[in-house]
Design a protein. Structure first.
Length: 284
């Protein structure tokens, strides 16, 4: 029985496939794609070119990807960071430039039209957004960094892109407490359970797959419930929570509709009514 590759991580359609699938999957033509960068604050990645389609995940400002095809205002792309495939609006992209020099290191911030907090904000930026800084300025004691597009961000809200924001991804997840829950969300404006894991790990220099099933099968090593400690992960079918300590989890969840703190025993009991018991525990 032939099984098609996971469409989330492998780009193929009846008319086109990514070059990496040559020899594994038959297609009329193949493409290696062209590099591009996300120019929107947050770009929703969808399974088909339809604004009414559900969101699979999101890409952040400055993230790099490969454009496999463009048509009717949509771009079919594959993200560099986690290999996720999908469609986003063509106007959410720009040509790939130099590698980012900085990354947004706070849950949310603004890009201003000038180097002054009284200047109208041009757009908002999420934790993890990647920036190419070309200059700096100081106004009334506050230092600003100048983006390659001409906007300015508060320097204290950024960190060098070649340096992880600490080594404790749980502390990043804590900073995202009360962020609204958003199915497919992966930003400081709205996030889902596996997006919280991936984003918190990403800014601390670690890689994690995007979706819960991917994380449950390939992130870290299995452990027993009795061994749970800070940083471990608890998985249910379709859900994941981060251990803050031996008794408490952090998770983006549909019960509180935000990133919340909850006792692990209480979470297991509550979630069990709908999704049964945890499927596994893992140490990333």
């Amino acid at each position: 029985m032939n099984t098609l590759p996971d469409r989330r991580l492998n780009a193929y359609r009846p008319d086109l496939a990514e070059e990496a699938l040559r020899g594994r999957l038959e297609a009329p033509r193949y493409t290696a794609g062209t590099p591009a960068t996300v120019s929107a604050a947050v770009a929703a990645l969808r399974p088909r070119p339809d604004a009414g389609a559900g969101i699979d995940t999101e890409l952040l400002y400055g993230e790099r990807l490969r454009v496999l095809d463009r048509a009717d205002g949509w771009a079919w792309v594959k993200a560099d960071f986690d290999g996720y495939v999908g469609y986003l609006p063509d106007d959410a992209l720009r040509e790939a430039g130099p590698d980012a020099t900085h990354v947004v290191a706070v849950p949310r911030t603004f890009a201003y039209g000038g180097a002054d907090l009284k200047t109208p904000a041009a757009f908002a930026l999420s934790l993890g957004s990647r920036l190419n800084i070309v200059g700096e300025a100081e106004t009334r004691g506050t230092r600003y960094l100048k983006l390659d597009g001409g906007e300015f961000v508060v320097a204290a809200h950024c960190a060098p892109a070649d340096r992880a924001i600490g080594d404790d991804y749980v502390s990043i997840a804590v900073r995202l407490l009360e962020t609204p829950y958003l199915w497919g969300g992966r930003s400081g404006f709205g996030i889902d359970c596996s997006g919280l894991v991936q984003l918190a790990m990403m800014v601390t220099g670690r890689r994690a797959p995007r979706d819960t099933d991917m994380q449950a099968s390939g992130l870290g090593t299995p452990i027993d419930r009795g061994d749970l400690r800070r940083g471990d992960l608890v998985f249910w079918k379709g859900h994941v929570a981060i251990m803050e300590d031996e008794e408490t989890v952090l998770h983006a969840n549909g019960n509180t509709m935000n990133v919340a703190r909850e006792g692990v025993a209480a979470a297991i009991e509550r979630i069990g009514w709908l999704y049964q018991q945890p499927t596994c525990y893992r140490r990333p």
